[in-house]
Design a binder for this molecule. Sequence first.
Ligand SMILES: [Zn+2]
Length: 170
Amino acid sequence: MVAKVQCPNCRQQIAHLTGQGACPSCGAPVYLAQREVTILRVLGSAFFASVLVCAGLVVFMVRLGYQAPGAAPMLNYIFVGIAVGELGMMVLIERALLAQETVRGVTGAAIVLAAMAESIAILGVAVFFVNGALDWFVALLALSVAGFLYLATRVPGYGRLLQEYALREQ
Ligand SMILES: [Zn+2]
């Protein structure tokens, strides 16, 4: 098994972990955190992929000539309001979960951020189907992507925290 990480315990650069996923110098269980980081990358990518599916779905419906009922223009404003609120909530929830200083807190923060960012794109799909509001859909998609960009800036720090907490929780 190959890893390009610095051991959080002895600070040695690790090229190859032991069979049990431990640091060859000090025996620290580096593998556990690596696995968590990998899982979070896969989950984050899956959530982001679903945003692309949302965009693809709307493009497809536009090409099909979908006619929205246009029943509730107020929904555009309400959903953008919810989306902006969600972006603020993301920061607060992240702060609360990271304050736990546990592996579960860090993984929980990453998953909640990804799920909330993704849900903003779903709001965009909803306003498109109800109101045919392509510009509002694009606005909500942009807010969703902004949420993912925020998460992307946080992930390197999460990796370091996971290394530290996984070691402590052994
Ligand atoms: Zn070590």
